[in-house]
Design a protein around this ligand. Structure first.
Ligand code: GDG
Length: 487
């Protein structure tokens, strides 16, 4: 870094993830750069600026050869982003084919939705290799490389191989998985399971959201690779690989600041005093993904209205369903199924003055999201599996004045820390119905007590806390990584 650079002397942190948090758009020959949303972006946005952070990821698009240098310079200046230009067809096979067609369903206990073929696997290997080669060009001694998520599980090994001949062997590699790690019996369905585990085990530290996921991973290492494990690590090629739980959080300051914006306050007042006056509003915000249990939710909501006729005309469910992975067939099928269910509910209980379900297949701007979280009386989360689920934390933060209830699936990682939520099994329609009734009937003092327990957690275990504890752990063990794990 240049002598006057604000990054001078700071620890270099190379974040590596499938996508950059930046979206590139071209209008009238000019490039503009937007921020993308999603769990990973939310998590990393709270990292303290005590690191000299660079983010490597697929650019998400192609630009003409002549514009590459200019775009790269602008992305670096704008947000420290380093784009990888990967060919569209290869990326499609890697991303839609193997990552989202095989690993995603398997890790969320949807193995029936996985159809294994060699070509997507080969693309996965190739893309991991391209990432490793690109990052190897830039890595310096003492750098920290923090790799994220299931798209890049072979990367730690490939990066080590790329670096083996140079003088950069003291680079520390940390890997964090944002999805659940499934039970070992489930994981063992994966063809190439040895390669995937070995890929990860070239990291110094492998992190998960919960202890359960870490335990499942260790058990897979034992069963698939016959390695010796302890509760916090595994010995691989005579080296200790540390394994731990690092529950991700949000940056609540960001939400609280938006809540104070005049436009947001007005929007909340408008929604509460006009559109939804005297109504109980339930909010749900999900990427349109089969792991989020939308059919379970809609079915239970239908049954809830049928069995609670006093609530028809009073309660409204607002479902924001953010378009996601639209090139994957399962997502297209889910989309039409959800539209049909939504039409059925509104047809059954709605009239000219009342629509029980407001279903929006779109993403909304951050201000609007905060206004919806703030005005809603209840937040409903029905994921059949979810690594963590940050929507829960965002809702709790925005309820600082109203103390609305969180009705949440026990299969979301966040349920383990949200003591104070109304926990439900999304497969049990009766439990969702009872959960909603309980939330509607709960007296304010009880709601306040529940909210406080949840809010204390959310304010303390933030994304900054998560990022810092992972990196500090990585730095701490980095110096001792030759030691054997003691049993
Ligand atoms: C994966 C794991 C894990 C959503 N809609 C809009 C919008 N969002 C933002 C939310 C939240 C984020 O996206 C979603 O995060 P989640 O954690 O709920 O879910 P995934 O995207 O599935 O994330 C998950 C996470 O990674 C982190 O490790 O918790 O389990 O599946 O921050 O606010 N933001 C805006 N408009 C929207 O319409 N602006």
């Amino acid at each position: 870094d240049a002598p006057n650079s604000p990054n001078q002397g700071k620890q270099r942190l190379l974040t590596v993830a499938n996508r950059l948090p930046i979206t590139i758009k071209k209008n009238d020959g000019q490039y503009t750069y937007g921020k993308s949303s999603g769990g990973l972006v939310t998590g990393l946005s709270g990292l303290p600026d005590s690191y000299n952070a660079l983010w490597y990821g697929w650019a998400g698009t192609q630009v003409p050869e002549g514009d590459v240098a200019k775009v790269e310079e602008e992305m670096m200046k704008d947000q420290g982003g380093v784009p990888l230009w990967i060919e569209d067809d290869l990326m499609d096979m890697h991303y839609n084919g193997f990552s989202n067609g095989i690993l995603w369903p398997l890790f969320h206990y949807h193995a029936n939705d996985m159809a294994f073929e060699e070509e997507p696997w080969e693309a996965y290997v190739e893309v991991n290799k391209q990432f490793a080669r690109r990052i190897a060009q830039d890595v310096r001694s003492d750098d920290i490389v923090w790799v994220h998520d299931y798209h890049l599980m072979l990367f730690p090994q490939m990066l080590r191989e790329e670096l083996a001949s140079g003088n950069t062997t003291n680079v520390k590699i940390g890997f964090f998985l944002h999805t659940p790690f499934p039970s070992s019996t489930e994981f063992m369905k994966l063809p190439y399971r040895e390669r995937v585990l070995e890929g990860l085990l070239h990291s110094d530290l492998v992190g998960f959201h919960t202890y359960d996921y870490a335990r499942h991973f260790l058990s897979a290492c034992g069963k698939v690779l016959h390695l010796t494990t302890s509760p916090n690590g595994v010995t691989f090629q005579k080296k200790a690989v540390h394994v731990g739980a690092f529950p991700i959080g949000i940056n609540p300051e960001k939400e609280l600041k938006l809540m104070e914006k005049e436009s947001v306050i007005q929007r909340v007042t408008g929604l509460k005093q006009r559109q939804y006056k005297d109504k109980t509003v339930i909010i749900s915000v999900d990427r349109l993904d089969y792991i989020k249990g939308l059919p379970h939710k809609f079915h239970a909501y239908d049954m809830f209205l049928e069995h609670n006729p006093d609530q028809v005309g009073k309660v409204i469910l607002i479902q924001i369903a953010v378009p996601s992975r639209q090139d994957v067939k399962e997502y297209q099928v889910l989309r039409s199924h959800i539209s049909e269910l939504s039409g059925r509910i509104n047809g059954k209980y709605g009239n000219v003055d009342y629509q029980p379900l407001i279903y929006c297949y779109t993403s909304v701007p951050p201000e609007e999201l905060i206004a919806l979280y703030t005005m809603a009386d209840i937040c409903l989360i029905t994921s059949t599996r979810d690594g963590m689920n940050l929507v829960a934390y965002e809702y709790v933060t925005c309820q600082k004045n109203n103390h609305g209830s969180l009705v949440m699936s026990e299969f979301a990682g966040a349920a383990q820390s949200m003591k104070g939520c109304i926990m439900i099994n999304p497969w049990d329609t009766g439990e969702i119905m009872d959960g909603l009734r309980k939330a509607i009937d709960m007296e304010p003092p009880q709601r306040q007590q529940n909210w406080k327990r949840m809010n204390d957690y959310v304010q303390k275990f933030t994304s900054a806390y998560w990022g810092t504890s992972f990196i500090e752990e990585l730095m701490r063990i980095g110096s001792t990584h030759i030691q054997e794990v003691r049993m």
